[in-house]
Design a protein around this ligand. Sequence first.
Ligand code: AMP
Length: 398
Amino acid sequence: MAKMTVEDLKDLKGKKVLVRVDFNVPLDEKLEITDDTRIKAALPTIRYLVGQGCKVVLMSHLGRPKGEVKDEMRLTPCAKRLSELLGKEVKKTNDCVGPEVQKAVADMKDGDVILLENVRFHKEETKNDPEFSRQLASLGDIYVDDAFGSAHRAHASTEGVTKYLKGYAGFLLRKEIEYLSRVIENPEKPFVAILGGAKVSGKIDVIKNLLPRVDTLIIGGGMAYTFFKARNVSVGNSLVEEDKIPVAKEVLKEAIDLNKTIMLPIDHIVVKEFAADAESKLVTRAGIPDGWQAVDIGPDTITKFGHAIKKAKTIFWNGPMGVFEFPKFARGTDEVAKLVAQATQDGATSIIGGGDSVAAIKKAGLDDKISHISTGGGASLEMVEGKILPGIACLQEK
Ligand code: AMP
């Protein structure tokens, strides 16, 4: 799935380059950005294009305005932050299409950067409307996609525009494709996948696609208890998706057929009441007593998972090992974060696929010790499920 990138383009000077970025950043009530990771992640592409003397026209979505103009979802704070990071003016338009935007783009000088207003203020964006796509495409000579977090959606600004302009990958998109395809195409062995989080349902396709490829599949967090139930082990009040028990049984059987190891927790931190300060105890034998619910993995499980993680040459991790939002029950997730960071220092390639595990690794201050932290939760899972993402499929092949 190698795609042509901005580096494959020649004679860029003076060209208008329409770039889809993912500036879907969290904002607080004062509309200040609380985490600018996504803006920083787009800098290499923007800087490269500015350096080549392009006119850089950026577009992004923010939140879910559902086709209406919502002042709290304007991209103004992103333009301000980008301007600080680039050390140059970034003009922001009040819309993403229309005469004002066309004039602003026509007035650009080489090396200028403009950020268009939230594309989702138009309902045509998520409908992948051809006329809206054409209007966006009219703002550039070339299209560059650097919005991995939106690559699993066929929207006007991610896929529709490529019906009118040739599309190329930015540096962030290239990095995401390189690392995530390594997970499914050619992982260096031993390959250990660590899956956690609340639900089996959200990750069953990931499990099915990864099982033949891994050496060990570690399952922690709430989703482990559907697997225990599938083995007729009592789970007390722990999270179980009854309708997923048959598929959990299938996965356990397939692991035996394929001679793969599935590791489940061997001890559990359990509570009677689901609360941050709930009294807890450690259950070390099989089976969780009635009335109790597992909220974290126990110390012996951490040690056991650690043995597999230490030996790994490729690690993919998605989903926390417990209810890590409550500090008391974050230990399992924190310790796994440390183990993955250490394995990376020792030479493994580690890939963290979006969502809560990214929050966990950042909280532990270990994000710079991971080979690749994906900027797209949903998109990274879909890639690992083996799906072809529409926002990637539409770009020019190498
Ligand atoms: P997901 O979005 O499926 O990755 O799930 C993330 C959520 O799983 C987090 O909010 C965790 O609090 C939750 N979680 C992890 N382990 C457990 C558990 N043992 N019981 C209930 N929720 C859990």
